[in-house]
Design a protein around this ligand. Structure first.
Ligand SMILES: [Zn+2]
Length: 372
């Protein structure tokens, strides 16, 4: 077991919620303090308020991972006898770093919107508003026949050759490789100064850009040659689609009223606001955590019977009524699912890396509203 530093933790975390997935202009990443220090205790929180920082101080926290960036609007001043400035002052005095994962965590596979879809027990879940399609590469490598199996396996195990529900996909054609080892070479087959021919296999496979380096490293390790001949081609076809919100179906149809009750119990909220005819039947559900006002048209276009999102404005509720789209608003605070969600992801990742780090879920209640 080793104590990681902040960079190691964040590098790991960003494999799950990469920064490039964030919406343009979002304020994500390290916001306060430094990552250049050992990290023994991490706290996960939805919001960073002064009493959340007090909780972090009481628990000896080195790093806070928050969903809502505490520095979102441009800072005009840091006045330390006001709550906001005091919050920043406390972090700096107590050497607590704050890192924000916002829309990148909403969009990430298995992130906030998937946790919400899971809590609502949606099935056949898909992306609601696509924001990014993963670029793909074609990797071609020439391998002596004796080592083709090992190289195929190494590349497949590293993530190459994923098409739909199939893994380790390759195309293989046989041919003759020729080479002349020159002075200074240490050939696996043949000898210096003699033209050599070898029965080789040309292995073609598809690789998501983000895994390109990992797959090539694995391929080179399994390949017997001193110098490996391989080509990487950019492709026009795209890989996985990422995006905001999710759409899925309930296991059985229910009335809007029953669904509203289902949202209350499954997202643990005392009340919801409902737009639409309570007796109407719903089965297909769109969900966006936080404020999804901007996306009611996408929700309607997706064929959803009901749209679950927070912070619904009066006029947007009118628009939804006119569109014939039911809406259930459980509030913005349902994004609290990210606390346990991120903690579980990080615990698994840190255990794999043998990082000696304690991950603590904030117990501070940050729902600003009381329902009476
Ligand atoms: Zn939010």
């Amino acid at each position: 077991m080793k104590t990681p530093n902040g960079y190691e933790i964040i590098q790991l975390f960003e494999q799950f919620a990469p920064k490039h997935l964030a919406m343009e202009g979002d304020k994500i990443g390290l916001q306060i303090g430094t990552l250049n220090k050992p990290i023994r205790r991490i706290m996960i929180t939805l919001d960073v308020l002064e009493h959340v920082v007090d909780e972090a101080i009481a628990h000896g926290i080195d790093l806070i991972i928050a969903h809502h960036p505490p520095i979102f609007r441009p800072l005009k001043h840091i006045v330390t006898d006001q709550p906001y400035g005091r919050m920043i002052e406390k972090c700096i005095k107590h050497n607590i770093a704050i890192y924000a994962a916002h829309t990148n965590l909403d969009i990430a596979k298995g992130g906030v919107n998937d946790w919400l879809a899971e809590a609502l027990q949606l099935q056949n879940v898909d992306v609601l508003v696509p924001t990014y399609e993963e670029p793909l590469k074609k990797l071609v490598v020439y391998v002596p026949r004796t080592h083709a199996d090992a190289v195929r396996k190494a590349m497949g195990d590293a993530g190459a050759g994923h098409i739909g529900n199939y893994s380790h996909c390759t195309f293989n054609s046989e041919g003759i490789g020729m080479f002349l080892p020159e002075e200074g070479a240490n050939p696996f087959i043949g000898q210096q100064g003699k033209l050599e021919t070898v029965e080789e296999v040309r292995i073609e496979t598809i690789v998501p850009s983000r895994l390109q380096r990992k797959v090539i490293r694995a391929m080179l390790q399994a390949h017997p040659y001193e110098e490996v001949a391989y080509d990487v081609y950019p492709l026009d076809n795209k890989g996985m689609t990422y995006g905001l919100g999710r759409i899925g179906t309930l296991s059985e149809e229910m009335t809007l009223q029953q669904f509203a009750e289902h949202v209350k119990t499954s997202l643990h909220v005392p009340a919801v606001r409902v737009v639409g005819e309570l007796a109407s039947r719903v089965r297909k559900v769109a969900v966006i955590g936080g404020d999804g006002n901007k996306y009611i048209h996408e929700a309607k276009m997706s064929g959803a019977d009901v749209y679950v999102t927070g912070d619904l404005y009066y006029h947007v509720a009118h628009d939804a009524l006119m569109l014939g789209l039911n809406v259930v608003d459980p509030g913005h605070h349902v994004e609290k699912v990210m606390k346990e969600g991120v903690a579980n992801v990080l615990k698994t990742m840190c255990a794999q890396q043998k990082f000696d780090v304690d991950i603590y879920v904030s117990k501070t209640h940050t729902e600003p509203f009381t329902f009476i």
